[in-house]
Design a protein around this ligand. Structure first.
Ligand SMILES: Cc1cc2nc3c(=O)[nH]c(=O)nc-3n(C[C@H](O)[C@H](O)[C@H](O)COP(=O)(O)OP(=O)(O)OC[C@H]3O[C@@H](n4cnc5c(N)ncnc54)[C@H](O)[C@@H]3O)c2cc1C
Length: 450
């Protein structure tokens, strides 16, 4: 039996369903997909990360007697050519976003595909309400899965050691430049392995629940990018956390976060239209003024915490979870800009960008999604920065012109603008006016819900 092992977002050799279920002769492959790459800018940091991860995967596969054939093409072209070589089927992990589903539908018309739930712990069909409909609220969904998250260990897949490598051209490795990309500098944490990050996280997990919202503390695991591209499986992350000698409440809190990732994947699977539409079907009259959105993107809103977060994001491709909550609330509520624009902007740069988590979180912030924040509970960005960046350490590190401004001034509305020696952007809207405007608009939209 000849099989193709198609690595996509599962770039690892341990706990790999496809390496476990493969039977005999195999051709492991990775495709640098032109359909995706052609839409990205040449300084996209994710391509550098994926490129390095693919080379590492090739090396690791070689160490276990296999190899990785690398293509720079479209999946359709690759499989149309491989079709004539007599392969039985393709083994790969499932992927549920719009492009992935269309791609897989097309490819399964060329060659049979066998898919596995390998990027997530659960398959969305495994957890339904008694009436067989999907949950829309996290807590009952999570409670229903207690038998999983309460278990001590999740079974990991062992690699089939009897696999034989099919002879093929394994020499071709396109360079980043040949694919139209420049090598990018990645944040320091991405120079480390997932194991190293987990080891470091083990030293600080006992403060996770308390410290995770303080963005200058580096109190979280930084694992999202690794989970996104499958350098570690969520089962492995789960098992390693359970093994730690740490307080249960912190371990449980972390596992719960992992299940938010499951939940958003679940929502996207059961409500695929939510990738592009308000899940709760309300029709909000969004602010269409493009210049307002541009100021948010550039970090020129006149609100220091928003500007620091967005400028940092533009430089690094990363943003702390609390900051994501603050900037998404500010965009969708204070500026009343459609969450889809913010979602697309994050998607264009976020290193850990994952359609399900990104869409789910944006809809959460905009009060249009599953289990969202109530529309009348709107973050005040100044109170948020005073609470979570008391000495303005993060803000000053990103906006050096504010380095001599007292933290108290930075955390008060128009405080920075009142300093005549600074040339800082003026606020787009006042916080109180825009808060009231958002509540009125969302109230109307919810009352007129169809
Ligand atoms: C507007 C917005 C957009 C977001 N977009 C993404 C995205 O595209 N990709 C992404 O992985 N996360 C996204 N998140 C969730 C969260 O911000 C990141 O998962 C987290 O910041 C990653 O850092 P960490 O790995 O150190 O997290 P930790 O606190 O260490 O959490 C561990 C893991 O749990 C998962 N997780 C944690 N919080 C959430 C959450 N709220 N929703 C879903 N999964 C979670 C992640 O896989 C994370 O790696 C978004 C949040 C917001 C508010």
């Amino acid at each position: 039996m000849k099989q193709i092992l198609w690595f996509r977002r599962d770039l690892r050799i341990t706990d790999s369903a496809i390496l476990h279920f493969a039977k005999d002769e195999v051709l492991p492959i990775f495709i640098f997909d032109k359909n995706i790459l052609n839409l990205l800018s040449n300084d996209d940091k994710r391509v550098t990360f994926i490129y390095k991860s693919v080379l590492k995967l090739k090396h690791e596969l070689k160490e276990i007697g296999l190899d990785l054939a690398i293509f720079y093409s479209t999946p359709k072209e690759v499989f149309s050519k491989l079709k004539i070589e007599g392969f039985e089927n393709i083994l790969c992990s499932v992927d549920f976003d719009e492009y992935a589903k269309k791609r897989d539908e097309e490819i399964s018309g060329i060659m049979p595909m066998q898919t596995f739930t390998d990027s997530f712990i659960t398959h969305p069909n495994d957890c339904l309400k008694a009436d067989k409909t999907p949950y829309k609220v996290f807590t009952p969904y999570y409670n229903n899965l207690e038998f999983i998250w309460n278990s001590y260990r999740l079974e990991e897949f062992k690699t089939n050691e009897n696999l034989k490598l099919i002879s093929f051209d394994y020499e071709f490795i396109p360079t980043l430049n040949e694919m139209g990309f420049e090598l990018q500098k990645l944040p320091d944490f991405l120079q480390k392995s997932a194991d190293k990050l987990l080891e470091e996280f083990g030293q600080k997990i006992d403060n996770y629940k308390i410290d995770r919202d303080f963005f200058d503390k580096n109190a979280t695991s930084n694992l999202a990018v690794y989970l996104r591209f499958g350098l570690i499986s969520p089962r492995q992350a789960f098992n390693k956390i359970k093994e730690l000698k740490a307080r249960n409440e912190n371990k449980e809190f972390f596992i719960r976060e992992l299940f938010w990732r499951e939940f958003y994947n679940y929502i996207l699977f059961h409500f695929p239209k939510s990738e592009f539409q308000n899940l709760n079907k309300i029709k909000v009259n969004w602010n269409e003024d493009e210049s307002v959105f541009q100021k948010w993107c550039e970090g020129n809103t006149g609100v220091p915490i928003i500007d620091a977060s967005m400028r940092y994001f533009n430089q690094t491709g990363t943003m702390h979870n609390r900051l994501r909550m603050i900037v998404s609330s500010y965009l969708t509520k204070n500026l009343l800009v459609d969450w889809k624009k913010g979602e697309r902007y994050f998607a264009s740069k976020l290193l850990d960008y994952e359609a399900s988590s990104n869409v789910g979180s944006w809809q959460w912030a905009a009060s249009t999604g599953a289990d969202s924040v109530p529309y009348f509970r709107i973050f005040n960005p100044y109170l948020q920065s005073a609470k979570f960046d008391k000495e303005a350490i993060f803000i000053k590190s990103v906006i050096p012109e504010l380095k001599d401004v007292p933290a108290k001034q930075i955390h008060s509305e128009n405080g920075v603008q009142s300093n005549i020696f600074l040339d800082y952007p003026t606020q787009i809207v006042s916080i109180e006016f825009s808060r009231k405007r958002a509540i009125e608009e969302f109230k109307r939209a919810n009352n007129e819900k169809y």
